[in-house]
Write a protein that binds this ligand. Structure first.
Ligand code: 13P
Length: 249
């Protein structure tokens, strides 16, 4: 049985003092959760978040990293920098980074390799645009993203990887994929992983759904056969609302 992993992606929201207040409230609300809970916070909040989750069941992730180890890359953050302060997860290839910061599948692949090298666990995002979906190309596009993302990634690293299926048209729009649709797409992703790494590996990889997840739809989504939790944007900014999602049973 795969565990449920529920991650909040705060995107460019929350100042350090808001982070501390959030964690103090949220940690009490989710202390009995049986799921793995991750908060992916802005870089400047990481250190405060790491201090304040000590002794709780909350893990901390970053939202991006650069693939080089060090050097003249003004403004970038390396995997080692994240690891050195105790960060455990890092989101790679979020659709907002692909759309606004020109991240390609090749870059995503480089970042995954760099993250794994530093023993960070990547949460790898894939998903189709509305146009691709309407043209009936969603599965084809996602399979390509998977093939490119996992180029030369070792089978042994697969236990440290999470895949998040986030249909771009569902992000921040209030539109959610139906649970059947999301489940079927994630099944297709599992099949693709199975083609590369075999069924044993594919059966174990955690695959989340993301895109307008809230407490009113999370129960149904997370109870589907292949959906192992969620990557939650807007609804993860409210401690009470996010605790209802994270406390999924
Ligand atoms: P929303 O939950 O705000 O739609 O965002 C989803 C997302 O992009 C999480 O990474």
């Amino acid at each position: 049985m795969r565990k449920k992993v529920i991650a909040g992606n705060w995107k460019m929201n929350m100042l350090p003092n808001e982070t501390i207040n959030f964690i103090d409230k949220f940690s009490k609300l989710v202390k009995d959760s049986e799921n793995e809970i991750i908060l992916c916070v802005p870089f400047v909040d990481l250190f405060y978040a790491l201090l304040h989750v000590q002794g709780t069941n909350i893990k901390i992730g970053a939202q991006n990293m650069y693939w080089e180890e060090k050097g003249a890359f003004t403004g970038e953050i390396s995997g080692n920098m994240l690891k050195s302060i105790g960060v455990e997860y890092v989101i790679i290839g979020h659709s907002e980074r692909r759309a606004y910061f020109a991240e390609t599948d090749e870059i995503v692949n480089k970042k995954i390799k760099a993250a794994l090298k530093c023993k960070l666990k990547p949460i790898i995002c894939v998903g189709e645009t509305l146009e691709q979906r309407e043209q009936g190309k969603a599965i084809e596009i996602i399979k390509l993203q998977i093939q490119e993302a996992f180029k030369d990634i070792d089978k042994n690293d697969m236990e440290n990887i999470i895949i998040a299926y986030e249909p771009i048209w569902a992000i921040g729009t209030g539109k959610t994929a139906t649970s059947e649709d999301a489940n079927n797409t994630i099944k297709a992703i599992r099949e693709e992983i199975s083609k590369i790494y075999g069924q044993d590996v594919a059966k174990r990889v955690i695959m989340q759904y993301g895109g307008s997840v809230k407490s009113s739809n999370s129960q149904e989504l997370f109870s589907m056969s292949d959906i192992d939790g969620g990557l939650v944007g807007g609804a993860s900014l409210d401690a009470e609302e996010f605790s209802k999602i994270a406390n999924y049973k």
